[in-house]
Design a protein around this ligand. Structure first.
Ligand code: PLP
Ligand code: NAG
Ligand code: NAG
Length: 420
């Protein structure tokens, strides 16, 4: 037996717990925090920052929290295993839309999850257990190349053994490799599972157009591929909740049975409350009932019951017309600040005459920009300029502020000119 600890005679060398690598994005922030350089900049984190470089508690969240804290009817009793009922069925239905036929046909259900990650994980566990036969760990899982670094790992820890990339990013054109994407959809085994970013693709900031989504859906339907949407940035792509849900709603309208992992970390700024929602669109009510009964079993052995605070904030906001409209304004404030930073960064790089084209900075959408900086240029920025960003060249647009943007633009200019 492999022991990792025994009293008396300690573990032998081969049995020691191996050191795991640090999670890149958190390591970057640690390094940033330790750095004493006065004009250091953190473009690594995946969270919103104000123009003062501060985290932002959304005003609507503060209001909702005050209402919750003074509501004497609330208590700390366990929630149902699948979550807060108001949260699982909020009247506003921001993901699928109020008029979703699938909702009217009673074949949509939800599981309140611990963040978008929890929703992906619970969905993945379910698929391993029940998709393509029992415990079919061999079903290929396709994730975009590149993607959020946790996607493959979540499906691996849920037991899947065959994680594959699908073509997505064309480094040459700094845009979508649509031909490659389609050809991977055509050539993969039938019934493969595809993780699709519903909007504001992380890290590339590049989404298919509506017309391209239609073609993607057509191939996926014909080839019987399973769609698992990751919807972590609703509101961040266009500043408008409805527009950002277009792809998801289109797939539902085409009759797909699908999963969608919704995260409220970003659009509510509730990062540490862990608020997520796994939507299940099923073929009929009966099937949905059976799926949810199994979801309950999976949740029971994973976290047993979800936490309530964040879910209450979200449910209250979505069900109160007044709070809902305030929330939409708050989301727009975040999205608009990102747009402003995009246009300023592009303008500054162009004014400096920085080699290369920079149109992709404003063409990309969402929180991130995939700059096209290579790993050496990134290293230069980190080491010489104390500007922290992911080695992929991804930057968080909210890390930019009106105060540091000149420094960042000049530094990028220098990196591109000095380091090939
Ligand atoms: C694409 C994507 N999916 C899912 C998540 C997970 O979000 P959460 O913090 O709600 O688990 C993130 C967060 O960075 C993300 O970027
Ligand atoms: C969770 O998902 C269900 C099913 O899509 C939906 O009805 C509900 O409104 C969602 N909850 C939130 C808070 O968006
Ligand atoms: C699922 O399949 C994997 C690989 O085939 C196997 O190792 C594992 O024990 C199985 N789990 C269950 C619950 O059957």
């Amino acid at each position: 037996a492999r022991v990792f600890y025994s009293s008396g005679n300690g573990p032998s060398k081969g049995e020691q717990v191996p050191q795991a690598a640090p999670v890149a994005v958190f390591k970057l922030t640690q390094d940033f925090t330790k750095d004493q350089f006065p004009t250091k900049v953190n473009l690594g984190v995946g969270a919103y920052r104000t123009d003062e470089g501060q985290t932002w508690v959304l005003p609507v969240v503060k209001r909702a929290e005050k209402i919750i804290v003074s509501d004497d009817r609330l208590n700390h009793e366990y929630l149902p295993i699948l979550g807060l009922p108001e949260f699982r069925s909020s009247v506003s239905r921001i993901a699928l839309g109020d008029d979703s036929p699938a909702i009217q046909e009673n074949r949509v259900g939800a599981v309140q999850c611990l963040g978008g990650t929890g929703a992906l994980r619970i969905g993945a566990e379910f698929l391993r257990c029940f998709y393509n036969g029992n415990n079919n760990t061999k079903t290929p899982i396709y994730v975009s190349a590149p993607t959020w670094e946790n996607h493959g790992a979540v499906f691996t820890s849920a037991g899947f053994q065959d994680i594959r990339p699908y073509k997505y990013w064309d480094a040459q054109t700094r845009g979508l490799d649509f031909v490659g994407f389609l050809s991977d959809l055509e050539s993969c085994p039938e019934r493969s599972i595809f993780v699709l970013h519903a909007c504001a693709h992380n890290p590339t900031g590049t989404d298919p157009t509506q017309d391209q989504w239609k073609q993607i859906a057509q191939v996926m339907m014909r080839r019987k591929l399973f769609v698992f949407f990751d919807f972590a940035y609703q509101g961040f792509a266009s500043g408008n909740l409805e527009n950002d849900a277009w792809a998801l709603r289109y797939f539902v309208s085409r009759g797909f049975e699908l999963f969608c992992a919704q995260s409220f970390s970003k659009n509510f700024g509730l990062y540490n409350e862990r608020v997520g929602n796994l939507t299940i669109v099923s073929r009929d009510t009966d099937n949905l009932k059976r799926v949810l009964s199994q979801m309950e079993m999976i949740v029971r052995t994973t976290w047993s019951n979800p936490p309530s605070q964040g879910a209450r904030v979200v449910a209250l906001t979505l069900t109160s017309p007044e709070l809902f409209s305030e929330w939409k304004d708050n989301v727009k404030t975040m999205a608009d600040r990102i747009l402003l930073m995009r246009s300023q960064l592009k303008a500054k790089l162009q004014a400096l005459g920085t080699p290369g084209t920079w149109d992709h900075i404003t063409e990309q959408i969402g929180m991130f920009s995939f700059t096209g900086l290579n790993p050496k240029q990134v290293e230069y920025l980190v080491k010489e300029k104390h500007i922290y960003l992911m080695s992929s060249g991804r930057i968080n647009m909210c890390g930019l502020t009106t105060k540091n943007i000149d420094y960042v633009a000049e530094s990028i200019h220098e990196a591109v000119t000095v380091v090939q």
